[in-house]
Design a protein around this ligand. Structure first.
Ligand code: ADP
Ligand code: MG
Length: 702
C-alpha cells in the first residue's frame, strides 16, 4: 500500500474521489492531502454534555439531547407547510423539533422511533421550548464515530455542501484521513525547537486541532501549525533578504566627508530629532558594511524623512558617488528639487531634475552630466529608471512613497550600477508591523516615530453638509489670520466625469463665497497640464492664493507650512490611509492646524469607523492597524502588487505574536546556519524545499 502524504492529490483520499476532488480544488483551493489538513476548523461545537428537556435554560447557545422522535406532523401554512416532530427524552419530557423550510423533504428523512441525538439552538414559542432546524443523528452512529466532545466546524460552500461536503462531510473525510494507517506526515520543525517552544509534533497537532479534547488543546495545536507556516515564510524571506544584502556586494561609504559636515554644522538649521539621528546611524552602518543596503524608512507625514534622504545623499556624494531620488509624481519631484536646492544652498553640488515633461533639448545635458559624473544628485519620477538614463557611479537610490512603486521598478534601479546602488525606500504610509515583516520581509525597516519639536497635533472634526456655512466661516477666520486652506475633492477614477463635476461645482461655490479681489482661489487636478499645475502650486506655495481646491494630486508630499486647514469633501469615500496622507499636508508649521472631514448624512458603518478613528488619533501606525482590520491585509497594500503572501492558517491581523516569534527564531537560526546546512536544521531545509515545490503561493512576495 503506498503511503498517503501531504502531497498526495485529494482524489486519492478515501471518501473523496475524482468528482469531489475537482470541487474541492475549485471551491476551496484544496489540491492535496496537506491542503485538506490545513483547512482548519474555524470553530468548534461543544458536544460534550447532554442535557434533558427540563434543564434547558434561556442562555443556552446550543444543546444536545438523547431521545426518540415519536410523532411527525406536517402543518399547512400560508406559504407551504411546517414540519413538527415530537421528541421525547429519556425522562419522557417532550420538545418540538421544527422545520419551516424543506418540510416535505425533511419528513422523509426523520428516523422516527429510533434512538437519536439531536443538536440545535433552543427557542421558546408560546412558553414551550422547541428546536428549530436541529441536526439529527442516530445515537448508534454518533457513538460509533465518537461524536462526543468538541466537534469541528469547517468553512465550506453551497456547492460543496450539495455534493456531500458540508462541514460534517469535510469533518468525516478528515477524520478518516487522520485515522488512516498509511498517512505519513513529515515533520517540519526540528525537535529542539518543538521542545524549546513546548509545541506538539505535527501529526499530534493535526489530531489535536481536528479532534480536540478541549479548547486549550485545539488552541495550542492551532498555534503550532500557524507558527510552522509563519516560520517557513520568514525563513524564506530572510534568506532572500540575505541574498540581496549579505550576499550582494555594495559600495562602501567609508567617510563622513566635507559636504556632509559642512551641511550638518552650517546649513541644517535645526537639530535632528532623536528618531532621525537613530535612523541615520542605522543607515550609516548599512552603508559601511560592504554589502548592499535595502532599507525601508517608515515615518509619518512630516516626520522629517526627506531630511534623512538628503543627508544620506550627501554621504554618497562625499564618497564620490551619485545619488538619485525617485518620487511618484511630477509635483513631488519638483518639490523635492526645490527643497533640496534650498537646503543645500551654496554647497558645490549639481542637482538636476528629470521627469516625463523635461523635453529632449533640456534632457541631453542632464543625461550627459549623469554619464560624466558631473551631476551629483538626480531627482525625478519614473523617468529615472528608463533605459536611456545612465549614471557614471550611482551609489544611492532613494525611493519616496514606496506604495506607488512596484517591486519590478525597484529592481530596475539595481541594474543602473554595479555593484547595485544602495536603496532607501521611504514611505509615509505607516504599515502595521506584521505587514512590514511579510510584504516587505526582504527589507530592513527603520522607523521615525517622533515628530520635529513644536508640532501641534492636528485637530480633526467631522461635519455634515448641514454645517457647511459654519465651515466656510471658519475658513474665512483662518484666512483672516493669514493662514491658507486646502479643499480636497475625491477623484476616485481619473476619468470619472461625475467627480470632476463635483470638483468644479465646489470650486464655483467657493468662488462665490470667497470672491475676488479679496480672496484668491487656486485649483489643481489631473486634467491640467503639468505647467499649469506648477503655476497654481507655486501661487499657493508663495501665498498668492489662500485657498487651493484640489483632487488627490496633492496627497503626497506637498509642503506648504503656512497651510493650516484641510477640508476633505465627501470624506467618506476616502480610505484611512488616504485621509491620513491628506491631513498630513497641514500641521507642518508652528500654528494649530485643523482637518475638517465633510460628509453627507448617511454613512456606512465602516465609513463611520474611519471618520471616528481619524478624529480620535493622529498616530499613523494606529490608523494603519484599524485600516488593516477594516480592509484586510491584501487590500491595505493595494491590489496592484500587494506582496501579501496567501496564508492558509495564520492571520496577519490576529497572529502578530506568533509572527514576531517566527521572525525572531528565523533570524536566530540563520545567524548560526545561513544556508540551513547543519544536520539539526535538515528538517527545516526539507520543509522549505517542499514548500517551494508545492503550490504555496509565495510568488507574489517581493
Ligand atoms: P516627510 O518627508 O517625512 O513627510 P519632511 O522631511 O518633508 O517630512 O519634513 C517636514 C518638515 O519638517 C520640513 O519642513 C522639514 O524641513 C522639517 N523638519 C524635518 N526635520 C526636522 C527637525 N528635526 N526639526 C525641525 N524641523 C524639521
Ligand atoms: Mg515626504
Amino acid at each position: 500500500m503506498p503511503n498517503l502524504q501531504a502531497d498526495t492529490p485529494v482524489e486519492f483520499i478515501k471518501g473523496i474521489g475524482p468528482k469531489r476532488a475537482e470541487w474541492l480544488k475549485s471551491e476551496l483551493g484544496i489540491y492535496e492531502a496537506g491542503d485538506l489538513l490545513e483547512h482548519l476548523p474555524f470553530r468548534y461545537e461543544d458536544r460534550t454534555d447532554f442535557v434533558e428537556v427540563k434543564d434547558i435554560t434561556s442562555d443556552a447557545i446550543a444543546i444536545q439531547i438523547k431521545g426518540v422522535i415519536t410523532e411527525v406532523k406536517q402543518i399547512p401554512t400560508k406559504r407551504g407547510s411546517r414540519l413538527v416532530a415530537t421528541f421525547k427524552d429519556h425522562s419522557g419530557t417532550t420538545l418540538d423539533l421544527v422545520w419551516f423550510k424543506g418540510a416535505k423533504w425533511m419528513a422523509a428523512q426523520i428516523p422516527a422511533l429510533q434512538k437519536v441525538v439531536v443538536f440545535g439552538k433552543p427557542a421558546k414559542y408560546q412558553n414551550r421550548w422547541n428546536l428549530p432546524h436541529p441536526e439529527i443523528e442516530l445515537e448508534d452512529s454518533f457513538e460509533r464515530r465518537n461524536g462526543k466532545g468538541l466537534q469541528p466546524v469547517y468553512r465550506t460552500t453551497e456547492k460543496l455542501t450539495n455534493r456531500g461536503l458540508s462541514s460534517a462531510g469535510i469533518a468525516k473525510v478528515i477524520r478518516l484521513l487522520l485515522a488512516s494507517p498509511e498517512l505519513v506526515l513529515a515533520e517540519s520543525i526540528p525537535g529542539f525547537l518543538l521542545k524549546e517552544l513546548q509545541m506538539p509534533h505535527k501529526a499530534d497537532a493535526m489530531l489535536m486541532v481536528h479532534a480536540p479534547q478541549n479548547h486549550a488543546e485545539a488552541e495550542s495545536a492551532r498555534n503550532r501549525l500557524k507558527f510552522e507556516e509563519l516560520l517557513l515564510l520568514q525563513l524564506k524571506l530572510l534568506m532572500q533578504k540575505r541574498e540581496q544584502t549579505q550576499d550582494m556586494p555594495g559600495v562602501r561609504f567609508e567617510q563622513v566627508g566635507a559636504l556632509f559636515n559642512d551641511f550638518y554644522s552650517n546649513h541644517l538649521g535645526f537639530e535632528l530629532t532623536g528618531a532621525q539621528k537613530r535612523v541615520m546611524r542605522e543607515i550609516r552602518s548599512d552603508l559601511n558594511t560592504g554589502w548592499h543596503m535595502n532599507r525601508l524608512l517608515q515615518g509619518d507625514v512630516g516626520s522629517g524623512k526627506t531630511m534623512v534622504a538628503l543627508l544620506t545623499a550627501l554621504l554618497a556624494i562625499d564618497n564620490g558617488y551619485q545619488a538619485c531620488v525617485m518620487a511618484p509624481t511630477e509635483i513631488l519631484a519638483n518639490q523635492h528639487l526645490e527643497s533640496f536646492r534650498e537646503a543645500l544652498g551654496a554647497l558645490p553640488i549639481r542637482i538636476e531634475l528629470l521627469t516625463g515633461s523635461v523635453k529632449k533639448a533640456a534632457r541631453r545635458p542632464i543625461l550627459e552630466g549623469l554619464k560624466s559624473g558631473e551631476v551629483n544628485l538626480l531627482i525625478g519620477t519614473h523617468a529615472l529608471i528608463e533605459p536611456g538614463v545612465e549614471f557614471q557611479r550611482l551609489g544611492l537610490a532613494v525611493i519616496d512613497e514606496q506604495h506607488r512603486f512596484g517591486v519590478a521598478q525597484r529592481s530596475k534601479l539595481w541594474a543602473k550600477a554595479s555593484p547595485a546602488p544602495h536603496v532607501l525606500v521611504m514611505t509615509a504610509t505607516p504599515i502595521p508591523r506584521t505587514l512590514a515583516m511579510t510584504a516587505y520581509g526582504d527589507l530592513d525597516v527603520s522607523v521615525i516615530d517622533e515628530m520635529p519639536p513644536g508640532r501641534k497635533s492636528i485637530k480633526t472634526v467631522h461635519r455634515t453638509d448641514g454645517a457647511r456655512l459654519s465651515v466656510f466661516q471658519f475658513i474665512e477666520d483662518e484666512i483672516a489670520r493669514e493662514r491658507q486652506v486646502y479643499v480636497v475633492y475625491p477623484l476616485i477614477e481619473e476619468s470619472s466625469s461625475m467627480d470632476y463635476k463635483d470638483l468644479m461645482d465646489g470650486y464655483e461655490s467657493l468662488s462665490r463665497r470667497f470672491p475676488l479681489p479679496e480672496f484668491r482661489i487656486g485649483i489643481v487636478h489631473g486634467r491640467m497640464k503639468a505647467e499649469d499645475k506648477d503655476i497654481e502650486m507655486e501661487r499657493f506655495s508663495n501665498g498668492t492664493s489662500q485657498i487651493l481646491v484640489a483632487t488627490t494630486v496633492i496627497e503626497v508630499g506637498v509642503n506648504v507650512p503656512n497651510a493650516s486647514v484641510m477640508v476633505i469633501e465627501s470624506s467618506e469615500r476616502f480610505g484611512l490611509a488616504q485621509l491620513h496622507q491628506l491631513r498630513g499636508r497641514v500641521g507642518r508649521g508652528a500654528e494649530q492646524s485643523y482637518c475638517v472631514l465633510m460628509t453627507g448624512d448617511e454613512l456606512s458603518k465602516e465609513a463611520r469607523r474611519r471618520l471616528e478613528t481619524m478624529c480620535r488619533t493622529n498616530d499613523g501606525f494606529e490608523l494603519a492597524e484599524v485600516d488593516m482590520e477594516l480592509r484586510g491585509p491584501g487590500d491595505l497594500m493595494g491590489t496592484q502588487q500587494s506582496g501579501i503572501p496567501d496564508l492558509k492558517m495564520a492571520d496577519l491581523l490576529r497572529d502578530r505574536e506568533i509572527l514576531t516569534t517566527a521572525r525572531y527564531i528565523g533570524n536566530r537560526i540563520l545567524e548560526e546556519d545561513a544556508d540551513l546546512s547543519k544536520p539539526e536544521h535538515a528538517i527545516l531545509n526539507q520543509a522549505l524545499i517542499r514548500a517551494r515545490k508545492g503550490r504555496t503561493n509565495w510568488s507574489r512576495i517581493s
